[in-house]
Design a protein around this ligand. Structure first.
Ligand SMILES: C[S@@+](CC[C@H](N)C(=O)[O-])C[C@H]1O[C@@H](n2cnc3c(N)ncnc32)[C@H](O)[C@@H]1O
Length: 220
């Protein structure tokens, strides 16, 4: 259901992920065990958080919570936030020991500077590029000084993709392959200095057609 004053892309994204939540969870459940590079990047992120003294870490756009659980397993005080109540329900059922809440990247229900780290793993990809400045400003607002942010997204030239099928369901979902340079500049404008950038080639599977970009930034 659209909420009053809500942008169309938010309504569409919520509806799509509510529809696919259970099937999505099954499909991605074991992905991390097959992705040493993803585990390595998440490990670096976790070490950065712990080196800074630790504290709450938001998995923002957490979906079924697989990465929230992975970060908790690395010793972080991780919790998840997602736009889709269906995803949050799946996450809570799968990881009852962890905290999950419904919320949006555009307006997080979190205090200024309260996070020791934030992960946005393929969750900014459904926000139109022209609206991403506001999301990066919101991420900067909730991060404490020196706290790391790890972003993952499909790389491109800010080109759109319209998914009409997903995880065995008919849906309508827009996404964007983001321009890593533009993202990096906008992160810097928001007060998030990029410390590392990784551009990975497609893995050759049917699911992955584009390069994957990972940016590790630090709140100034
Ligand atoms: C591709 S899934 C990734 C989920 C999870 N990070 C993972 O890797 O398993 C994208 C997730 O981001 C969430 N999402 C998309 N836009 C969002 C927004 N503006 N605010 C909060 N969550 C959002 C979706 O509901 C969905 O669960």
């Amino acid at each position: 259901m659209p909420r009053v004053g809500e942008p169309e892309h938010v309504t569409e994204t919520r509806a799509a992920y509510d529809t696919v939540a259970a099937s999505y969870e099954q499909l991605v459940r074991s992905l991390l065990t097959e992705s040493p590079m993803d585990r390595a990047l998440l490990g670096v992120f976790a070490e950065e958080v712990l080196a800074g003294g630790g504290g709450p870490v938001g998995d923002l756009g957490c979906g079924p919570g697989r990465l929230t659980a992975h970060l908790a397993g690395l010793g972080l005080d991780a919790f998840g936030v997602d736009l889709s109540p269906g995803m949050v329900e799946v996450a809570r059922a799968r990881h009852p020991q962890l905290r999950f809440a419904v919320g949006t990247l555009e307006a997080l229900d979190l205090p200024d500077g309260g996070l020791a780290g934030a992960l946005a793993w393929y969750s900014v990809i459904h926000t139109p590029p022209e609206r991403q400045r506001a999301v990066f400003a919101e991420l900067a607002r909730v991060l404490g000084s020196g706290a790391p942010l790890l972003l993952a997204f499909q790389a491109g030239v800010d080109d759109p993709v319209h998914h009409r099928q997903g995880y065995g369901h008919e849906i309508s979902l827009h996404g964007w392959r983001l321009d890593p340079g533009r993202v990096e500049r906008q992160l810097a404008d928001a007060g998030l200095a990029v410390r590392a950038r990784v551009l990975r080639e497609p893995d050759g599977s049917v699911h992955e057609k584009s390069r994957q970009s990972y940016l590790l930034a630090v709140r100034r």
